[in-house]
Design a protein around this ligand. Structure first.
Ligand SMILES: Nc1ncnc2c1ncn2[C@@H]1O[C@H](COP(=O)(O)OP(=O)(O)OP(=O)(O)O)[C@@H](O)[C@H]1O
Ligand SMILES: [Mg+2]
Length: 365
């Protein structure tokens, strides 16, 4: 989404305390028109509580929720015009698929013909038009979630909240419905606030991801922002796979510093923030940014450390290595097959792990 899109939902300094627990700790963000924004974080990080405040199921301790620039805190949940889909969606078991989807329109006392047309349309959208007469217990879990989605969309809400809607489904079904959700988002252009603790799902679906930790947003950005420019070790470790090496700053500086690896070797690194000499830091490097070779000096990568191959797994398009450093740490390396002339190295072989200092990230510890 473009950063210039008008803002639909704004969270302003939201705080929610339950006794001594601060579930939501000063969360602020803007969701753009048509944007798919995901809250990603581990269990207990405050994702559901934040969503519940937007839905009106919880009142914030302080802060505000604006929709189209107007506070909705005094608007009761059923008048907030928000569609909702949750992990365990309680479809009405005694109603057919059609009646379940029609429910939000029936309670709004819409004319019968209008209901008929809207339900037919939205069932077509979720590809369940031939299931209209079934009861929920005659549907698979994935189909039930698609009914729940249809029911959330049928009255054209201002935006959609989804809290782990796929968590109860098996992996294959989850991926299938992820594809459906993407298509439906593209076809309807509906604004979505989505919650998951599955990073792959977040990357697959979202325009932007807000990484939650301890009730706070650690970082918000596109998947590639978070992957390529994590602002903390937490985000770097949470999105994608990473290696972390504990190092010391041998020579500090404002934009360049020398990092001493545990082996004693020095690597020159361009840091994003000033580093002081003697400071302990964590050096992060992605597995696919490390190359392996049997010779130390080659043009290109400016960091090289000695390693021993422990495990080499051929995965078709890539080879995944586990190697051990001289100081006994295990590192993951992933080499794309066919990029070099080299045949995969066997376990037990001594080699050099080499990378460009520009591909490292340094975090204060
Ligand atoms: N009604 C409540 N009373 C007391 N504490 C609560 C309540 N609801 C949530 N909490 C606490 O607030 C924190 C955040 O909970 P929340 O449900 O928002 O996390 P979450 O990120 O959705 O986690 P999960 O991934 O497990 O769903 C947790 O420590 C939780 O125990
Ligand atoms: Mg939750």
């Amino acid at each position: 989404m473009s950063g210039r899109a008008p803002c639909v939902v704004s969270l302003r300094n939201l705080v929610k305390r339950f006794g001594a627990t601060t579930a939501v700790d000063n969360v602020s963000l803007d969701v753009g028109e048509g944007e798919f924004l995901t809250f990603l974080g581990s269990s207990g990080s405050g994702k559901t509580t934040t969503l519940f405040i937007v839905a009106g199921f919880e009142d914030p301790t302080s802060g505000d929720v604006l929709v189209d620039g107007v506070s909705i805190l005094d608007v009761p949940p059923h008048l907030r015009n928000i569609g909702m889909v949750f992990q365990r969606y309680t479809l009405f078991p005694h109603l057919s698929v059609f009646e379940n989807v029609a429910f939000p329109l029936s309670v709004r006392r819409k004319p019968k013909a209008e209901i008929e047309a809207a339900v037919t349309d939205v069932l077509r959208l979720v590809r369940l038009e031939t299931y209209a007469d079934r009861r929920p217990n005659q549907l698979s879990g994935g189909q039930q979630q698609r009914v729940a989605l249809a029911r959330a969309l049928v009255y054209r809400p201002r935006f959609l909240l989804m809290d782990e809607p796929l968590a109860a489904l098996d992996k294959r079904l989850r991926e299938e419905i992820q594809g459906e959700i993407r298509r439906i988002h593209q076809e309807t252009g509906v604004t979505v606030l989505y919650v998951t603790h599955d990073q792959e799902e977040a990357l697959r679906l979202s325009d932007r991801i807000a990484v939650f930790s301890h009730g706070r947003i650690e970082q918000i950005g596109t998947g590639s922002d978070l992957y390529n420019a994590p602002r903390s070790a937490f985000v770097g470790g949470f999105i994608g796979n990473s290696n972390f090496i504990s190092c010391t700053v041998a020579e500090g500086g404002n934009d360049r510093c020398a990092i001493r690896m545990p082996s004693g070797q020095i690597c020159a690194i361009r840091g994003s923030s000033p580093m002081a000499t003697g400071q302990l830091v964590s050096l992060m490097i992605r597995p696919e940014r490390i190359g392996l070779s049997t010779t130390a000096s080659q043009a290109g990568p400016d960091c090289a450390i000695k390693v021993r191959i422990c495990e080499a797994t051929f995965l078709g398009e890539s080879v995944s290595y586990k190697v051990t450093t001289e100081w006994g740490q295990s590192l993951a390396i992933r080499e794309i097959t066919g990029k070099s002339q080299d045949v995969p190295l066997n376990s037990g072989v001594d080699a050099y792990a080499r990378w460009h200092s520009a591909d490292t990230h340094i975090f204060a510890t």
